[in-house]
Structures are given as C-alpha cells and as structure tokens.
Design a protein around this ligand. Sequence first.
Ligand SMILES: [Zn+2]
Length: 392
Amino acid sequence: MTNSTLITRIGELVTNDEDQGAFAALGDAALVIQDGTVAWTGPAARAPAADSMLDAGGRAVLPGFVDSHAHLVFAGERSSEFAARMAGRPYQAGGILTTVAATRAASDAVLRANLRRLAAEMLGQGTTTFECKSGYGLTVTDEARGLELAAEVTPEVTYLGAHVVPPEFAGDVSGYVELVRGPMLQACAPHARWIDVFCEDGAFGADEAAAVLAAGRARGLGARVHANQLGPGPGVRVAAEAGAASADHCTYLTEADLDVIVSAPLVATLLPGAEFGTRHPYPDARRLLNAGATVALATDCNPGSSFTSSMAFCIALAVRDMRMTTKEAVWAATAGGARALRRRDVGHLGVGARADLILLDAPSHAYLAYRPGVPLVAAVWRDGRLAAGTVS
Ligand SMILES: [Zn+2]
C-alpha cells in the first residue's frame, strides 16, 4: 500500500467495530494507516506490506478517546472552592458565576491560551476528538466570542448560553431565556454545531429548556442537555422531546427516565469526574447498561465541579465505582462518545475510520483502570499523523 504505515505486533487491538455496538478487540494484531484513515486491520501474520513499519512490541492500541462533554472556554480557577467543598461545604450551581466574572474580564489571548493548553493536555492523554461548550460568557458578545475560540480547536462546538442565569438577569429568568433563544442564538449559531441547556432546579426548568432547544433546532443546531445531575427532574424527558443526541449526567433517574433513554433513544453520557469533584453519588451505570441504554463517558472538564481532562481517570472511576467492566468503560469512552456526538468516523478502528489511535504502554486496555493515575499513553495519532508522544 502506498503512503501507508503498518503498526504490527499489537498485543491487543481494540477495534470497537461499528456493527457490533460493543467492545471488540483482536490479539496479536496489526493495523495499516493510509491517507489518514484505517486501511486494514487483522492478524499480524497476514498484514500487507506498507511504506513504513512500526513494532508495537506487544502493547495495546485503542481508538483515540472521544470526550463528548467539556467546558474549556474560561478564565481563572476555583481550587479554593474545591478545597472548601472537600472540607464539607455543599456544591451549588451558583459557583459558575465566579468563572463567568473571570471569563468576561479576560482578553481573547488569555482565553485562547487556556483553551489551547487544555486541548493539548487532552491530546497528550489520548483524546483525539472533544466537544467544547461556551457558557461562561452569558452575554451576546461573550458567548459568541467563546464559540469562535472553541471553533479554533474543535468542530464539536456547543452553544450553552443557558448554563446559568447571569447576575444582571437575577429574578428575570424568562427575560434571560428570551435573550438566549433570540439575539444571543442569532450571534452564536454560525459558530456552533450543538445547543445545550442546564435543565436543573436553580438553573432552567422544563419549559425554559424546551424553548431554548427548539429555537436552536430551528437554527440547525443539534440538541444536548445537562440532565438530572443534582436531583430528579425533567431533563431527560426534555432531551428526548427535543430529539437530543445525548442526556448528560443522568445521576438521578426514575424508571420513566430510564424508559425514555432506551426508547428515544438518547445516549446517556456519564460524567463521573463531576461526582468525584463534588463528592456526590455516582450515576448507576449498571442500571442503564442492563436496561440496554447506550452509555458514553466524558470528563465534563470545567474549573468548578470536574477539573480533569483525563479520560483514563474517568474510565478508572467508572470501573471501580460505577461497576462498569473495563470493556464497557473503554467502549463508552471511545465509541460511546462518538455516538453522543453522532459521529461514525471516530471512536472505532474499523476500516475507513479516521486513523485516530492510542498506543498504550501496556498490553491491555484494562490497564487504564488497573493502573489508575499512571500516564500510560505512549503515543497518539490523529488523522493518521503522530500527534503526541513517541513510538520507540
Ligand atoms: Zn457540563
């Protein structure tokens, strides 16, 4: 094959073949990258010749992680709030306003530098596709600015004007909703692919969330919802009615919510970093999986409730504390994330997939949970090119 790279002697090649909808892997395998896509996978002994060859030495190769939920456009940090919370003060959504003030006050250069640092941090840890939300500007110009910056680093840009009601609209939620679904949407829609709402007590209620999502859909944006994070509520139902790709958090689900997730269908995107960072109970992943739901894992990377960019950390939490198997957790962090973003070209390594892959310094995917906190990503390819790490 011309213009091709053969990676051979792969101890475990996680392919997550599209048609199976579940974890799939080959032992003693090889993979050929050609023109940025996966051109061949199979037993190492039957690998075709290629222009260049790389010996994985028995190590594992996985699809690049797909982080389908992150808030990366912000300034400042909230480590003292985290420390206070760990010392016993409960988390409240209002903490977001601290970051809103810092973000509004920051220059484009400061926001861009922080965003790029986090994007590079993600890539170095194996995340090759990520979603990025606005939501710390909350004015027409600040939200549009956040989305323009996000679009510099990812195509998966989400307009989250309905993150929290800003202080200048205190006591006037409906006035703010009109802004979000009117002039703010007008300014933001050209820079975004998705629209999201924080549907929760203390944020936006069912009717408000539905109105925002409907306006976004009318402008061609796909819907996603922050749903049922802090308590039971209408988020999952609102997401399904809006035709959303994903309901995110899903920490408090009724039986009716579970039925809606399975039948809509909605991807249930679980964000265990948020429960870790707020010491809340983890979502019941087993209940979702046993009901037949499609589950994704994502970081929720943000400076308040979950300041991690590590998908490996989320996999470890999901396995240890949410009783997902190592296979289920890795699938959810790759193919599950792709489904939450309605992408078919990433999250798996079937022939024709984008050649986004991770070489682990370990023989098996299980090491991601078995060796928590240890940097195991040796090298990362994105679009078929080595983008981080080394291959020696
Ligand atoms: Zn979030």
